[in-house]
Write a protein of this length. Structure first.
Length: 144
């Protein structure tokens, strides 16, 4: 990145999934993979299963709703204005029963490129457990 970048409200590359709607506010391509910034609207019933990252740090800032982050040793209920940082190698899951919104910073992660890759996959690709594990690992996402 050589100059400022402005992405207006409701703008940015976006991915609308069954559980959430992500707007990419800063692509990892603009920062050589160092940072990615995502505005994520969590739909009612959102659940992201247990996983960890080997090099990526995630910073979640809650804007709306009540988001549960589930760790092996505790569950943290986050409210608007709360920030939680998840360093590498910490297993976690997330849940948002009534829906909400959060901002997420991915340090040393290419989460936007992961979403892009998912958007190009077929239904049969999603049913292939080995393929999904390989794609996830390519983007430092390890499920368990």
């Amino acid at each position: 990145m050589t100059a400022q970048e402005i992405i207006r409200n409701g703008k940015g590359v976006n991915y609308n999934y069954s559980q959430d709607h992500c707007f990419i506010k800063l692509s990892s391509r603009a920062t050589n993979g160092e940072l990615c910034f995502v505005e994520d609207t969590l739909k009612p019933g959102f659940f992201l299963g247990r996983h960890h990252h080997k090099i990526m740090t995630e910073v979640f800032y809650i804007l709306e709703g009540e988001v549960e982050l589930i760790f092996d040793n505790e569950t943290v209920v986050c409210h608007p204005g709360d920030t939680i940082t998840v360093p590498p190698n910490v297993w976690h899951a997330a849940s948002c029963k009534a829906g909400g919104k959060m901002l997420t910073i991915f340090k040393n992660g290419r989460f936007d490129q992961y979403l892009e890759k998912l958007s190009q996959m077929s239904d049969s690709d999603f049913e292939d457990a080995n393929l999904m594990a390989a794609v996830s690992a390519e983007f430092d996402i390890y499920e368990g």
